[in-house]
Write a protein that binds this ligand. Structure first.
Ligand SMILES: C[S@@+](CC[C@H](N)C(=O)[O-])C[C@H]1O[C@@H](n2cnc3c(N)ncnc32)[C@H](O)[C@@H]1O
Length: 528
């Protein structure tokens, strides 16, 4: 598989592991919910989300800076490398002024995508908006991070109907790259367009509305002798193409037009007729036989037996599904000005785009994450869809800019959303690698227990117990020495023990006898 290389790649390939772990600091709440809006750099915020959300996010949508050269985004990650230090804090500008803007963009995106990949659930998917400036680069790093086998589709979205980019070309689209986390990815089949279903019969409750848009002999693409048979209904015989004379000529091999045959076999017709999937209708051109197409019922066959299959009619999603005007930027601007009554944000996406993604990739209780939140369109779409289908999807938004409160959060509030608003809080470890004294014990316990087991800490009446997982009990004795006095305090019985303490005076053989693994604080605390 081709792998992309760029200036600085070797310095960022594992940078997500060096990112300091910071706790989230709740500043205020609007209503009572599990939704989060986080103000801060998403590199740090994504890391902070790991203990609670790793492997739990069903749908990620991101709309990172496209790196057009006009966006004024700043590359500021604390990567410890002279090359990158020279870039730090510089505004990323036009190609001519700054030849390394693609390197910087890739250095910025790579560790963030690594963290996003960890947050996705096994059945989840990530959707990324991008345009030609970085599309090819992004595709290659996503193949590397998510696995080329998990690439699902690249969809084209019409951004605007008119306008031009150069004297010759008008660039009117961008792309949506879609990757699954794994082969277990579960997307929802798209409901077929319901337009045209307008008739109701006595089966409406089960089958929904129906339409009559094809005669039984219409559009037979290929002649088939077995489908060219006389059909008798109520004593009247019908022929495909209506003419008995032509039918006899076809059977004698004399008729040149080979395109008349029924679409259904005699057996399927018999079943369909007996079960009201057939309508015989007099028209100006004679009697015609129509098939009914229902919204929620089709004729299926298994082991030669026909039966009625009840399910929503679905259709594959075309890679051109986002070329309709409702997904364009013009519509996005309208969405936002209808809330703020003035232009407050430069490059929003339309709510319809993200509703489309959510319908495809979420269940009613899924967690949705957008780590380049901008004006908060993703939360708006979550709120809309929950209102439509009674769902309880939760959203997490991350926005770096100070408008996280004045635009992102404000919009969510104005459209009726509830959320907790966070800033990035204290780091878990101080500059010398010791646990930060400001951090409450519960948060440290949760971090350590999650890092060990990927499970969450639930306080019990045993003060130093983090939890029991797979018959191993985890203890965290801060400010204590692991010795026999300490062991006497352990009340939970388990097959084995992982015990964190400042130091240990038990001999190796004693630890083995009691099935204890000693871990030194802070040295052995896993780094997420
Ligand atoms: C193109 S906008 C997203 C627009 C959004 N989809 C909408 O509909 O409003 C990209 C956003 O990502 C934010 N951003 C850029 N770098 C970031 C970072 N490192 N952490 C968090 N947000 C970041 C920018 O401030 C900007 O608001």
């Amino acid at each position: 598989m081709p792998v992309l290389d760029w200036l600085g790649k070797d310095k960022v390939i594992n940078h997500h592991l060096d990112v300091p772990f910071r706790f989230l600091d709740k500043k205020f709440s609007v209503g009572a919910s599990e939704n989060k809006i986080i103000h801060g750099d998403n590199l740090l915020a994504l890391k902070s989300l790991l203990p609670e959300f790793a492997g739990r996010v069903k749908c990620i949508y991101i709309d990172p800076p496209y790196n057009t050269g006009n966006e004024n985004w700043i590359y500021n990650d604390a990567v410890n490398d002279p090359q990158i230090r020279r870039w730090l804090g510089q505004v990323v500008g036009k190609e001519g002024e700054d030849l390394t803007r693609h390197d910087k963009w890739l250095c910025m995106m790579y560790p963030r995508l690594r963290l996003l990949q960890k947050l996705l659930s096994d059945d989840g998917a990530i959707f990324i908006s991008i345009d030609d400036n970085e599309q090819a680069n992004l595709k290659l790093i996503c193949d590397e991070i998510f696995g080329a086998q998990n690439f699902l589709i690249q969809m084209t979205r019409v951004t605007k109907r008119s306008g031009k980019s150069t004297e010759i070309f008008a660039k009117n689209d961008d792309s949506l790259l879609v990757y699954a986390k794994s082969a277990k990815c579960k997307l929802n089949p798209f409901r077929h367009n319901d337009a045209g279903f307008k008739f109701r019969d006595e089966f409406f409750e089960q089958r929904g509305l129906y339409k009559l848009n094809q005669t039984l002999d219409y559009d037979s693409l290929q002649y088939s002798d077995s489908l060219d048979y006389p059909l008798t209904i109520d004593g009247v015989t019908y022929y495909a193409g209506s003419s008995e004379e032509n039918f006899l000529k076809r059977k004698a091999g004399e008729h040149k037009r080979a395109d008349w045959a029924w679409r259904w076999s005699q057996e399927k017709f018999n079943f369909g007729y007996a079960n009201d999937f057939i309508v015989v209708k007099k028209t100006r051109n004679g009697t015609r036989i129509y098939t009914k197409t229902y919204q929620r019922a089709t004729i299926d066959v298994a082991d030669g037996n026909y039966f009625i299959k009840y399910s929503e009619r679905t259709a594959p999603v075309s890679s051109l599904a986002l070329t309709a005007n409702e997904f364009s930027n013009d519509n996005a601007t309208k969405d936002l000005t209808s809330i703020f009554a003035e232009k407050v944000f430069d490059y929003p996406k339309p709510v319809a785009l993200i509703e489309f993604i959510l319908q495809l990739a979420t269940d009613k209780d899924s967690i949705v994450l957008d780590s380049f939140a901008g004006s908060g369109t993703t939360a708006h779409a979550v709120i809309n869809l929950n209102a439509q289908d009674g769902g309880n999807r939760k959203f997490i938004l991350i926005e770096l800019n100070d408008y996280a409160e004045t635009i992102t959060a404000k919009r969510v509030e104005l459209v009726g959303g509830e959320f907790d608003f966070y800033e990035l809080g204290a780091e878990l470890f101080d500059a010398d690698g010791f646990i930060n004294a400001e951090i409450p014990r519960e948060k440290i316990f949760d971090y350590v227990y999650f890092a060990e087991t990927q499970k969450h800490y639930e306080p019990t009446d045993e003060k130093f117990l983090l939890g029991v997982d797979e018959d191993t009990a985890y203890y965290f004795f801060d400010d204590a020495e692991l010795n026999f006095d300490l062991l006497a305090k352990i009340r939970t019985r388990a097959n084995s023990y992982v015990i964190y303490a400042e130091n240990c005076t038990l001999a190796e053989s004693e630890l083995n006898d009691f099935h204890i693994t000693f871990k030194k604080i802070p040295r052995d605390i896993p780094r997420l």
